[in-house]
Design a binder for this molecule. Structure first.
Ligand code: BDR
Ligand code: CA
Length: 301
């Protein structure tokens, strides 16, 4: 089994990502760290505790991370996940009966990496602030990270501005550090692909009829589904973050291509956009593996 750390800002799709990790025997969820993002750090942390309680994983330590981006003084929150982060349904989950770990996110990740006897996969599914801080503070631990599987960025457009995707836009300086400047093996799972991996309302209805925690999670989706219906005309929703976890669980379920990339850290209209060089015959010294295709049947199974 591969040891797994999830860095998260729950989030409706983060909830499904945590559930997938908890249900997958191929990985061992050894830690969860929280970050501001869809909602405030206080709410994302409470949601992470609630979700782990629902999943019967109160043994997993939760380290509290950054409440704001590296450079910008304020977090920018999302409107897609309601004011509680779980589309108004956070109260339907069990109230946490335990507290967070005494260590902050970076310290918890440091300790887990130091202690690991195998390479650890880290799956960041929120703004990249915690991971940027970890790599800056503890560069000596990079060899302990087997791979980062990051949900973020849009290759051909965004979801929060015309060109920027939410996780990268939330902290572009951190994203640039992790995705462009560092040299840890990384697979980026962009929103172009996570949208193609969307699940239908029918698929969710079938899940709702099963027993267990995942069925409870379908109760979080009505407003999120309504947003997709209103803006994209879909009868379904993207479960962005779960696609990244799927790749961590079953490496190779996504097919990736290396591209030269940058992150727009300007204050102009493209701030937070992932800049992907799709020209042919570019001789770039450094590339990032970007997931471009998926075994869709394998994913939805
Ligand atoms: C990403 O942004 C968040 O709203 C989701 O949880 C996901 O991590 C998709 O752009
Ligand atoms: Ca997320």
């Amino acid at each position: 089994t591969t040891p797994l750390i999830i860095d998260t800002d729950p989030g409706v799709d983060d909830a499904f990502a945590l559930a997938l990790a908890a249900a997958s025997p191929e990985v061992e969820l050894i830690g969860v760290t929280t970050v501001f993002g869809n909602v405030s750090l206080e709410n994302t942390t409470r949601n992470a505790l609630r979700l782990l309680a629902l999943l019967d994983r109160d043994d997993v330590p939760v380290g509290v991370g950054a409440s704001r981006p590296l450079v910008h003084p304020h977090p920018h929150l999302s409107s897609a996940h309601g004011s509680d982060g779980l589309s108004g349904f956070a109260h339907t989950l069990p109230e946490p009966t335990r507290d967070v770990d005494g260590r902050d996110a970076v310290t918890l990740m440091r300790d887990l990496l130091e202690r690991a006897d195998r390479p650890v996969t880290i799956v960041p599914i929120g703004p990249l602030t915690n991971v940027a801080l970890l790599l800056a503070a503890h560069p000596g631990l990079k060899p302990k990270i087997g791979r980062l599987v990051v949900m973020g960025g849009g290759v051909n457009g965004g979801n929060v501005t015309a060109t920027a995707e939410f996780n990268v836009w939330s902290d572009p300086e951190a994203a640039r550090r992790v995705l462009v400047e560092e040299d840890v093996p990384t697979t980026l799972v962009p929103m172009d692909l996570t949208r193609r991996c969307a699940v239908s309302a029918e698929w969710l209805d079938a899940l709702a009829r099963t027993s267990g925690a995942a069925a409870t999670l379908t109760g979080l989706t009505p407003d999120y589904l309504a947003t997709y219906r209103r803006f994209l005309g879909w009868d379904g929703m993207a479960v962005h973050d779960a696609v990244a976890v799927a790749e961590a669980v079953r490496p190779g379920i996504l097919a990736a291509t290396p591209f030269p990339v940058d992150v727009d850290c300007s204050s102009g209209p493209n701030r937070g956009a992932l800049v992907v060089d799709q020209r042919l015959e570019v001789d770039a010294p450094k590339t990032l593996d970007i997931a471009v295709d998926a075994d869709l049947d394998g994913l939805r199974a």
